[in-house]
Write a protein that binds this ligand. Structure first.
Ligand code: CA
Length: 479
């Protein structure tokens, strides 16, 4: 009996030692159609295509909502945008966005609680370091990048944050092309961290800022001599930069021999920031998938993302699937794949995708829900093939049948009052009342705060602001 117990405990130790790593890559404003595997012909993404083809690619993977900060918050909290604590890009002075409250259980805390090493690289957007929303107070051991989304409008910033310490980047002016490309540093730190943590189970949230504006790049590479506009070349080079950086990441996992222990999920955080009729939208045929809308909307073109999962030996190779799922599913997926008990206060609106990722069916659920805080709140829901959109609380509810009309051209609301009723019920039920996020839109105080925050940002840009006590990049110790 003793021996059996010993063997059992050895088995459980060896299982415990094999907790899988999780890398979630969230690309900022990338369009589904920007990637070769989704039909892109002009922008080259060979490594992303390869990663997608070595794993499973999803055609109906949904973001949290169609702007940056709340989408991050949906992933980070496992709550949909009707319940998560950061539901809009709310600008706070002098730096940062509206913070995640202290009592929110985040995926960072869930992972850390289970003994994982945790990190975030790239663009945070969920609270400055002096607030409860600091990554370092929300379960993240290692942060490197931009805390503030306004700051992330430059790829040649005058400084970045190494945890909560500012690093000055000499030769950068914070606008236009400078000497040090932020993504270069962020990628190097991310790769370094993976190497340092190869023996631990780790959870990395890589909130890669590309190809969000400003569309600045250190090297136009293969696009240099294309007969395109400067913007078109820069944009293409930004996407290809994500590609080579993701290639380096999987190469690193393979060199470390941990590729079979590591799940990578790659998605965009919202649809393209470009109108399909713009010089980017048109040249790169970003809406060749026929979906309606783009960033800051509630139609499928804003919500459906480029998305794939890679986990050699675990996730089926070459599968392409049409089932819908959403970013708030990743929290319960992480909990199930690690077999851990989440800390007290943990809750989620998602469903674990683990068996689906492994080749099974997607989980059943009542509905998906999104809200978008810009002016009065816009809402969307999907149940089965039905999709409902209300572009503001006083606007009529629109109903579409996604199976027959994925382009959401044919509003069936007039003919299907029972579906309008169902949508209204979902909109009411899924929206959790929160005085910070009124349905009627931001309060005057919130508008004033945002105005002040942008004024400070513009002033800082003019002055080439660097936070006090910043260490120059060349003097930072090699970690
Ligand atoms: Ca974004």
């Amino acid at each position: 009996m003793k021996y059996i117990l010993l063997i059992l405990s050895l088995i459980s130790v060896s299982f415990a030692a094999k907790k899988p790593n999780f890398i979630f890559v969230l690309s900022d404003d990338i369009a589904q159609g920007d990637l070769g595997v989704y039909g892109q012909e002009l922008i080259k993404t060979p490594r992303l295509d390869q990663i997608a083809n070595e794993g499973t690619r999803y055609m109906q993977a949904y973001c949290g909502t169609s702007v940056c900060a709340p989408c991050r918050s949906v992933f980070f909290t496992g709550l949909h945008s009707g319940r998560c604590p950061v539901r809009g890009n709310r600008e706070m002075a002098p730096e940062g966005q509206w913070p995640i409250p202290a009592n929110t259980v985040t995926i960072g805390e869930v992972a850390k609680n289970a003994g994982y090493a945790t990190s975030t690289f790239g663009k945070w957007g969920m609270g400055f370091f002096t607030t409860s929303g600091s990554p370092l107070k929300q379960g993240i051991d290692r942060f490197f990048g931009y805390n503030c989304q306004r700051h992330a409008h430059s790829y040649f910033p005058t400084y970045l944050w190494d945890n909560d310490q500012p690093i000055a980047l000499p030769g950068n002016k914070g606008k236009g092309i400078g000497k040090t490309y932020a993504q270069e540093l962020i990628q190097n730190e991310a790769i370094k961290w993976v190497k340092q943590n190869a023996k631990n189970p780790f959870m990395m949230f890589y909130a890669i800022t590309l190809p969000h504006g400003a569309h600045e790049i250190d090297d136009l590479g293969i696009y240099k001599n294309k007969p395109w506009t400067k913007l078109q070349k820069s944009y293409a080079a930004q996407v290809t930069r994500i590609d080579s950086d993701m290639g380096e990441l999987v190469d690193t996992l393979r060199e470390l021999g941990i590729e079979k222990d590591t799940l990578i999920v790659f998605t965009g955080d919202n649809g393209s920031s470009f109108n399909p009729q713009s010089e980017i939208g048109k040249l790169f045929k970003q809406n060749a998938n026929g979906l309606r809308g783009y960033k800051r909307g509630m139609y499928e073109g804003a919500l459906r993302q480029a998305a794939f999962a890679w986990w050699p030996g675990t996730i089926p190779v070459g599968r392409v699937d049409q089932s819908p799922w959403a970013l708030w599913d990743l929290m319960p997926t992480f909990v199930e794949m690690t077999g851990i008990t989440p800390p007290e206060g943990y809750q989620t609106d998602g469903h674990s995708l683990l068996s689906y990722l492994k080749g099974g069916n997607a989980p059943n659920r009542d509905y998906f829900y999104w809200e978008l805080h810009k002016g009065t709140v816009a809402q969307a829901a999907r149940w089965g093939d039905w999709k409902a959109v209300r572009n503001g609380i006083k606007k009529p509810i629109e109903i579409y049948n996604l199976a027959q009309d994925s382009g959401e051209k044919n509003n069936l609301a007039g003919r299907r009052p029972e579906l309008v009723k169902r949508a209204a019920k979902i909109f009411e039920e899924a929206h959790q009342v929160d005085p910070e996020w009124p349905l009627s839109g931001p309060t005057q105080g919130q508008i004033d705060e945002a105005k002040k925050a942008w004024e400070i940002k513009r002033k800082r840009d003019k002055e080439g602001y660097v936070p006090e006590g910043a260490t120059p990049l060349s003097k930072t110790p090699v970690k």
